[in-house]
Design a binder for this molecule. Structure first.
Ligand SMILES: Nc1nc2c(ncn2[C@@H]2O[C@H](COP(=O)(O)OP(=O)(O)OP(=O)(O)O)[C@@H](O)[C@H]2O)c(=O)[nH]1
Ligand SMILES: [Mg+2]
Length: 319
């Protein structure tokens, strides 16, 4: 029986979780073919069909006239949705990956008896990889009030608390910043993003300090690539962010292969470390162990190493 590894999105409504998942899916093909590593990742069940549909909707962004206010491109996710993937090595199925997407509204549910909330907490506790999606425009340009109400760092911290503290499960937490095209253009903008994250999400960063089972990585990405922050209008409750579609640019996600690579690397190395003693011995006898680890080392070469890391950095070592 192939083992199962859990991964999950985490983040409030409309920050870009489903958009990130769909654009990561788009990168699978290139990850499968770029290196001679022997791994193959494929969607299972309805995952491929659903994510292709989401991508088609996202691509419609290029049909929007430039410089207008952008309407939402995707419908909000309902409840918790499991997206299944499979990883095989040298043509043989090694691992099942369950990737959960959720309705961000669940984070604000106040009712402790809410079944979806209970289920989500269970998923978080056992997830090897947690992708906390953060709206970069609200983070950098919004008031504290707006940034907190869109990104909910305190609720995020409270949810992570029980999965991080006193839990034997090791976690990779990717802090993926979306809607941040504007600040990715130069080093100054990138510094601004990191500074805003470290001050406004301090509660989450503090939670990871000294915890041996957690490593966090800050990763700004371009999920759409052709939409930029334009301005903020209004104050207090009326504060609104406007984005505009840039003329001359196509829908072209960038860097989204990196959270995907980090997630898959971590999943594969956790899977390899968790093999039972007997299976390890049998694999060692047949030389399978070293083949797998050499492949993992090759696969790891596709990972950029310059991202800011928090918590126990050694968990990122693949072998
Ligand atoms: N400018 C900009 N807009 C984005 C980006 N990513 C997503 N969006 C917009 O944000 C909207 C919400 O994105 P979703 O991916 O549906 O957000 P979600 O986090 O899945 O939301 P829920 O399912 O409601 O929890 C999309 O319809 C896009 O219009 C981005 O990188 N830049
Ligand atoms: Mg969604």
């Amino acid at each position: 029986m192939p083992k199962k590894i859990t991964m999950t999105m985490l983040g409030p409504e409309a920050v870009g979780k489903t958009t990130l998942l769909a654009t990561m899916y788009l990168q699978l093909a290139s990850i499968n073919k770029t290196y001679e590593h022997g791994f193959n990742f494929a969607p299972a069940g309805n995952t491929g069909k659903d994510l292709r549909e989401a991508l088609d909707k996202l691509r419609e962004v290029i049909e929007n006239p430039a410089f207008t206010r952008l309407p939402p491109l995707l419908a909000g996710t309902a409840g918790i949705i499991e997206r299944q993937f499979e990883a095989s090595f040298q043509g043989k199925k090694e691992l099942e990956l369950s990737f959960y997407d959720l309705a961000g509204g669940l984070l604000l549910a106040t009712d402790d008896e809410n079944q979806d909330v209970k289920e989500f907490k269970r998923i978080l506790n056992q997830a090897a990889v947690i992708i906390n999606v953060i709206d970069g425009a609200a983070l950098v340009e919004g008031s504290q009030l707006m940034s907190d109400s869109i990104n909910q760092p305190v609720i995020t911290r409270n949810l992570l608390l029980q999965s991080v503290v006193n839990n034997p499960q090791k976690h990779l937490i990717l802090f993926v910043i979306t809607k941040c095209e504007t600040w990715l253009k130069d080093e100054k903008g990138q510094k601004k993003l990191q500074k805003a994250f470290e001050s406004r999400h301090q509660a989450v960063i503090n939670l990871m300090k000294g915890q041996q089972n957690v490593v966090g990585v800050l990763m700004p990405v371009k999920t759409l690539g052709c939409v930029e922050f334009s301005r903020i209008e209004g104050r207090g409750k009326d504060e609104t962010i406007f984005f505009s579609r840039k003329p001359g640019l196509d829908f072209s996600p960038e860097k989204v292969d990196q959270p995907l690579r980090y997630a898959l690397d971590f999943a594969l190395s956790q899977h390899d470390q968790n093999r039972s003693g007997w299976s390890k011995f049998a694999r060692w006898l047949s030389n399978k162990d070293s083949a797998f680890q050499i492949a993992l080392g090759k696969f790891d070469q596709g990972r950029e190493k310059k991202f800011k890391v928090y918590g126990n950095r050694s968990l990122l070592d693949v072998i």
